[in-house]
Design a protein around this ligand. Structure first.
Ligand SMILES: [Mn+2]
Length: 333
């Protein structure tokens, strides 16, 4: 088994300061923490005078493009680009599989991973802090340490807004249990530095496409419960997704509908993939129940209260049964 080095904050900062053309990569099904962290780090490199480019195996969802405006149009990696970089850093990506097609193209060359997930499979030297609310929080820590070390004069404006979006997104708008007093202090600091919190929050939480609202309506109709309403789930067939003209980015809030049902302790969203053989499962826990353990049984992972995995099944009912059985098995009755 290959072993990777765990870096201290200073080692991470010194490594970042090395003048090497850098590729910053992040996970598919990108969220605002992945995109915000990547583009915040890109901007730190810009100020340090180091060329950097952000890449993902998927194009960005439309609703997150406000984070990248004017910096980089696409995040897809051109064929020849890999030859052009001297260092590859991944952000917010705990497992190789989350990097999608990029991992196979690049994995031997990934130099560093920066992340905050507790259950993951390190695939490079790393700085991982499971106590951080988000990878964005770590990037902000890096920026502040670089100021102390004299490498940066101040926090660049784009870093301020990208980090705010990253932290806000991963804490559900500062409402999840990973939003600690430190997270709120961090938010206050970012607002003092000029983060447009109202606009970022509107973009992240209050702005939905027509398609997404249609998906949520259909999702709400498909909500089911077991175990006296303590477990709730929504399963979403691919045929329905096609009928609504929805992309996978429109299905991300289904889990929130299941989670918001009164009395629910464990919520799931099960989406049938286009191959109709694999099912993308998101899980949330409102109690001590560790959903990352259940997801790990299917090769996935994440956090104790928010995790995901992909399940293979011959139809959506079988996928539901497989996952629900794993939950019920360790449910204290
Ligand atoms: Mn994250």
């Amino acid at each position: 088994m290959e072993s990777f080095k765990r870096l201290s904050l200073d080692e991470l900062c010194f490594s970042i300061c090395e003048s090497k053309r850098t590729l910053i990569i992040f996970h598919i099904r990108s969220d605002a923490d992945a995109v915000g962290s990547a583009f915040a780090l890109r901007d730190i490199f810009r100020v340090l005078g180091i060329p950097a480019y952000c890449a993902c195996a998927d194009e960005l969802p439309e609703r997150l493009q406000f984070l990248t405006d004017g910096v980089q149009g696409s995040v897809l990696l051109e064929e020849d680009m890999r030859l052009d970089c001297e260092r590859i850093i991944s952000v917010d990506s705990a497992n190789p599989v989350q990097l999608g097609a990029l991992f196979n193209r690049l994995h031997k060359d990934i130099d560093l991973m920066i992340d905050h997930h507790s259950s993951g499979t390190p695939y490079a030297d790393n700085y991982i802090d499971p106590n951080a609310s988000s990878t964005g929080e770590i990037i902000y820590r890096v920026a502040n340490r670089l100021i102390e070390l004299g490498a940066l004069d101040s926090i660049p404006p784009r870093v301020i807004s990208c980090v705010f979006a990253a932290v806000s997104s991963d804490t559900g708008g500062f409402r999840f249990s990973n939003a600690t007093p430190d997270t709120y202090r961090l938010a206050a600091e970012l607002i003092e530095l000029g983060a447009d919190h109202a606009e970022i929050s509107r973009q992240l939480f209050d702005c939905k496409s027509y398609t997404q609202i249609q998906v949520e309506g259909e999702g709400a109709r498909r909500l089911k419960t077991i175990a006296d309403g303590r477990v709730a789930w929504i399963s979403f067939p691919y045929s329905l997704q096609q009928e609504l003209g929805a992309q996978s980015e429109h299905l991300g809030t289904l889990i929130d509908i299941a989670r918001s049902l009164e009395g629910v302790e464990i919520a799931l969203a099960i989406r049938e993939n286009a191959d109709r053989a694999t099912y993308r499962v998101s899980m949330r826990s409102a109690t001590d129940f560790d959903v990352s353990y259940v997801c790990a049984r299917f090769g996935g992972g994440g956090h104790k209260s928010a995790s995901g995995c992909t399940v293979t099944a011959s139809n959506i009912q079988e996928a539901e049964q497989k996952v629900l059985a794993e939950i019920v098995k360790r449910f204290d009755k």
